[in-house]
Design a protein around this ligand. Structure first.
Ligand code: C5P
Length: 236
């Protein structure tokens, strides 16, 4: 994969106008944009078609987590929108993930389109050991992350979202073909913001990340296109 294919820019803004202005400025260098729950809830599904119509791929980061019937129908709706990546909380369980995969495969075949990649979120990076314990999960963080990543793989999902500190472990245990998407990426010249377990673009790729997600270092830069170019350069 080229650096360009590996970079995902998070459109963490609250209006269609701001999102599309970023897409217009960045699309020469960026192929995939992440639409998360803030932007999607603010603008509705029209934001997906608007970004797609500008020739860009979409990671729809809505982290589905519901009963298998509801989740698989939501995943089918996302497939119909033509997004490239969809994600789920692995804590929704094996049946939820497996049913969603089966439904997406059927839908993509019917539509004759490439199936979106199905990705699991293991434990949110905002959780620490203490927060995890309060939910009743007593395993240590790495063990739990690995267990959920293995469950996602067993259910037929294509990969996981994982922080820079978990990438190596997951890659070692789940192999080279498993997709790993790593947020919390900070070039040395960028502010850390609220991210805790960070890595530079180069480190993330060397550790085994398939994709890296970068938000504020690019989106809030005085010149987002120049910032994206610097990130791409570092990834090489
Ligand atoms: O601005 P920044 O580069 O920190 O943005 C990272 C993006 O990745 C945000 O959209 C954030 O919600 C998302 N993300 C994350 N950590 C996770 C999962 C998603 O930072 N574990």
């Amino acid at each position: 994969m080229t650096s360009k294919e590996r970079l995902i820019v998070a459109l963490d803004v609250d209006t269609q106008k701001k999102a599309l202005s970023l897409v217009e400025r960045l699309k020469a260098e960026v192929e995939i944009f992440k639409i998360g729950s803030e932007l999607f809830t603010s603008c509705g599904p029209g934001i997906v078609s608007a970004v797609k119509s500008r020739g860009c791929g979409i990671f729809l980061d809505l982290k589905f987590h519901d009963i298998p019937n509801t989740t698989s129908k939501a995943a089918v709706a996302a497939t119909k929108m033509g997004v490239s990546i969809i994600n789920f909380h692995a804590l929704g369980g094996y049946d939820m993930m497996k049913r969603a995969k089966e439904a997406v495969v059927i839908e993509a075949e019917e539509l004759k389109i490439e199936r979106p990649k199905l990705i699991a979120v293991t434990i949110l990076t905002s959780m620490n050991r203490n927060g995890l314990k309060k939910t009743g999960i007593n395993d240590n963080m790495k063990k739990e992350v690995l267990k959920l990543a293995a469950l996602a793989k067993e259910a037929g999902l294509d990969g996981v979202v994982a922080s820079a500190s978990e990438v190596k472990l997951i890659r070692e245990h789940l192999g080279g073909y498993f997709t790993i998407i790593t947020p919390g990426v900070r070039p040395e010249w960028a502010a850390v913001n609220d991210q805790k377990r960070i890595a530079t673009p180069k480190e993330a790729v060397l550790n085994g990340a398939t994709y890296i997600v970068v938000g504020r270092p690019i989106v809030e830069a005085p010149d987002p296109l120049a910032a994206a170019k610097r990130v791409l350069e570092e990834m090489k």
